[in-house]
Design a protein around this ligand. Structure first.
Ligand code: FAD
Length: 287
């Protein structure tokens, strides 16, 4: 089974994202998080890939492999391309193959000024075309999409035209960037479907738990913050615990509404926080 099969017969997916521990932390530190996340039975867990870092230092493949082998849950490995050459990608694909990882989230990658880019790939669609060329249908390929437009795109229409190139290159499933306004998501989906993109799209939801962290994320990805959430940040900004609980409630409301509006799936950016993931998962399964 690969990710695209999850959506057969209109089934909805519920999935998680985690990130590997920092270079300075032991890889084992992720297993406490995973022990708890696995208990929530997500359909798959995707593992991020550090911006600019070398694959040799990356723990993505090892963690994605353990999610499948130790915990019996499907995983997906994020793979970005601007810091990799074709030779690098060949070696990475070989490693993923060896570890039985069949789902790749193919990305351009965030620009990190500390690392020089390589020039074999410019866009995620180049990476997808290349993976399809060298390995046919062996891997299931997902891609990223942006309900409010990618920050570098001139318009949402232009970004969706680029998204179509990505899907035509071979992405058979998309995961959205975080967003806080469901109306923006519905409007995006309508435009995407009109553009002839029919693959399943999961809505990316990031629960707010830390004011600084969310301000940093929003400045990187350009997601807008609705008044209701601004008020929450204003009211609880300095009170971590109260903000976390209000953020959980906001995410539950957002997800509930999305589910009532027939989204293909929910991808929870867990930020490696099992407490938050558990509260949200248990509540939406009750609702
Ligand atoms: P692209 O699809 O290449 O798009 C980037 C820009 O180029 C857009 O403005 C687009 O409109 C334009 N564009 C795309 N294709 C073309 C084309 N053919 N011709 C002209 N213009 C084009 N980053 C990481 O470093 N590691 C991660 O693990 C990671 N995981 C992520 C997971 C998700 C679900 C999301 C939404 C993002 C993730 N990112 C990650 C961030 C991502 O790398 C950045 O958002 C990056 O800026 C764009 O990546 P992309 O794959 O969407 O790029």
């Amino acid at each position: 089974m690969v990710i695209k099969d999850l959506f057969n017969n209109g089934r909805r997916a519920f999935t998680f994202e985690i990130f590997p521990p920092k270079k300075t932390s032991p890889i084992e530190s992720i297993y406490h998080t995973l022990d708890e996340l696995i208990d929530l039975k997500p359909d798959f867990i995707s593992v991020t890939y550090g911006a600019g870092g070398s694959y040799a230092d990356s723990k993505t493949c090892k963690i994605a492999s353990d999610i499948q082998e130790k915990y019996g849950i499907m995983s997906a490995a994020h793979l970005s391309c601007i810091y990799n050459s074709k030779e690098d990608i060949n070696l990475i694909l070989e490693d993923l193959r060896k570890h039985n990882i069949r789902n790749i989230l193919a990305l351009r990658g965030d620009v990190n000024p500390d690392f020089p880019v390589k020039h074999d790939f410019k866009h995620a669609s180049d990476l997808i075309t290349y993976i399809r060329k060298v390995s046919g249908e062996e891997f299931h390929i997902s891609g990223a999409c942006y309900p409010e437009g990618h920050i570098e795109a001139k318009s949402i229409e232009e970004d969706i035209a680029h998204l179509k190139i990505k899907v035509d290159a071979g992405a058979t499933h998309l995961i959205s960037q975080l967003f806080f306004k469901n109306d923006a998501y519905y409007s995006f989906i309508e435009k995407v479907r009109k553009a002839g993109i029919s693959v399943p799209i999961e809505a990316g939801i990031m629960p707010v738990s830390n004011k600084k962290q969310i301000e940093r994320m929003v400045s990187i990805c350009g997601a807008s913050i609705p008044k209701e959430l601004k008020d929450i940040l204003e009211k609880y900004g300095e009170n971590q615990e109260a903000l976390r609980e209000a953020g959980i409630e906001y995410a539950i409301r957002q997800i509930d509404e999305l589910l009532h509006n027939d989204v293909d799936g929910i991808h929870l950016y867990t930020m490696n926080n099992p407490y938050i993931a558990r509260k949200i998962t248990e509540q939406i399964r009750k609702n």
